[in-house]
Design a protein around this ligand. Structure first.
Ligand code: COA
Length: 461
């Protein structure tokens, strides 16, 4: 049986082949990243020309290392890689990460075939070639040569592009989205998206799985793993256009395939296709922090009529419904509004709405059995006070954690400048999903509805 990815992500011993004392080399960065990690394991630099690198005893060959090795990172030029893989087989290594480029992405399929032949019949698992490696934020291990320390959280990211993977770490940090693991897939010689979906499906540190994909090699396996996974799976699939497909072939050697088939397959398997990375992070934050919507009926609260209309349009365009208020809810909201304003959905609280008006209206809507999810919006207009608005959202989210009737998703949406943005950062830092766009907010609510539908379907089976 192939080695479990548990030892891949939590190895007891790691060797870096091509570790270098030269700080400009990738083999140096890879060794240093592991060393900097808080993770406890044995670490062996391998380089024929050095006695010691970064204070660690250096071995000339893998086979000179005295104890067993769970994971080997290879950072030597492509022509030497197959020899190192042979050494890995002799040493009975469990997992290999081939950082080295110069394989199928440049047409060197033969190089990959040779590696496959060498490991055939063994239980070794290989990531790459042409990969950055991975960062396991849950356990504090950085098995990559890339910069960037992810904020610890519960979103696992699988990226076919290494550079984009690194960018995604910064983007996630900036958006206050915490990661459990991030992994660069490279050319997918062995470890594939489906293996990782299976692993993350059982990983207690992961609540949401996000993928950036250029091509899928094993379509059936991908579909089966996605279907079997009981966690939300968000997919950005690139290579839709003619030029995008051409760039895909030269980037990771993948075939972009027919886009509509990918869309259909992702949907059929219960995954959610995102339009871009920003949308993936928008949705990931909400899916990780909020309950799914049990239906598509959305209540909207705003202090500005225009924002309410924009949100209604965006919601309806995404298949959501903005129902009329029930009589009971109407009466509750009527009591808290100025006499000149009549309740509706979207509920317009008027420009001077403070904490109490927001909070009371939100409570009324969330307790309404005809409402499945809530969007609370604020525009920094004239005498509006953003802190009153953010306070009301925080109060609602805290109640959501305590009371059953609040187990409906709550999203924030804002329009404003720097002062508002600073307050929004405080909300994001504690996991509140809040967005500066009606379209983005509606898309996230759509994703929460899709997740609710997926759960219902799996429960029926
Ligand atoms: N065992 C161990 N170390 C060996 C070795 C062997 N058999 N043969 C050579 N080395 C050492 C070299 O001596 C060198 O160490 P030094 O700096 O002390 O001299 C080190 O391994 C690296 O070899 P070098 O020839 O200097 O290669 P490099 O560091 O310039 O490039 C790669 C190697 C892997 C980084 C490069 O080929 C590559 O693929 N770069 C792109 C990687 C990439 O972007 N991946 C995808 C990311 S998304």
């Amino acid at each position: 049986m192939k080695h479990s990815l548990e030892t891949f992500f939590k190895p007891s011993s790691i060797a870096v082949v091509g570790a270098s004392a030269n700080p400009t080399k990738i083999g140096h960065a890879a060794l240093k990243n592991i060393l900097i990690s808080e993770y406890q394991c044995k670490l062996y630099p391998i380089n024929p020309d050095d006695e010691e690198i970064l204070g660690l005893k250096c071995y000339k060959k893998l086979t000179d290392v005295p104890g067993p090795i769970d994971l080997v990172l290879i950072s030597v030029p492509a022509p030497i890689v197959s020899q190192i893989v042979k050494d890995c087989v002799t040493k009975k290594v469990k997992h290999i990460i081939i950082i080295t480029s110069g394989f199928s992405e440049i047409g060197n399929h033969q190089g990959e075939e040779e590696i496959k032949k060498i490991v055939k019949g063994t239980d070794i698992r290989i990531l790459g070639p042409n990969t950055m490696g991975y960062k396991n934020a849950s356990d504090g291990l950085d098995a990559s040569f890339a910069f960037g320390i992810p904020r610890k959280g519960n979103v696992a990211l699988i990226s076919q592009s290494g550079a984009l993977g690194i960018g995604m770490i910064y983007l996630a940090n900036n958006e206050f989205v915490g990661l459990s693991k991030i992994i660069g897939m490279g050319n997918k010689l062995d470890i594939d998206d489906d293996d990782l979906i299976d692993y993350f499906a059982k990983d207690p540190e992961t609540k949401v799985i996000g993928l950036y994909i250029e091509g899928i090699k094993e379509g059936r396996a991908f579909m089966n793993s996605t279907k079997a996974c009981d966690k939300p799976i968000l997919v950005v699939k690139a290579g839709k256009s003619v030029s995008g497909a051409r760039a895909t072939a030269s980037h990771t050697g993948s075939m972009a395939g027919i886009d509509a088939i990918y869309s259909g397959a992702i949907k059929q398997a219960g995954g959610i296709r995102c339009r871009d990375l920003v949308e993936l992070f928008d949705m990931a934050r909400a899916l990780a922090e909020q309950p799914p919507a049990q239906g598509k009926r959305i209540g909207i609260i705003t202090n500005g009529g225009g924002v309410g209309i924009l949100l209604s349009d965006a919601c309806e365009e995404n298949g959501l419904v903005i129902p009329k208020l029930s009589e009971k809810t109407y009466k509750k909201i009527e009591k808290i509004l100025p006499p000149s304003v009549k309740p509706n959905n979207p509920v317009d609280l008027a420009g001077d709405a403070g904490f109490y008006r927001y909070w009371s209206a939100a409570q009324a809507l969330i307790q309404d059995p005809n409402i499945d999810g809530l969007i609370v919006a604020s525009v920094h207009a004239g005498y509006a006070r953003p802190r009153e608005y953010t306070g009301a959202i925080l109060k609602m989210i805290n109640q959501q954690k305590l009371h059953y009737e609040y187990k409906k998703p709550i999203l924030g949406m804002w329009v404003g400048g720097k002062e508002f943005e600073d307050l929004v950062l405080d909300l994001k830092a504690v996991g509140v999903p809040i967005y500066p766009s009606s379209w983005r907010t509606a898309r996230v609510m759509w994703a929460l509805w899709q997740e609710g539908e997926r759960i219902k379907r799996t429960q029926k089976k």
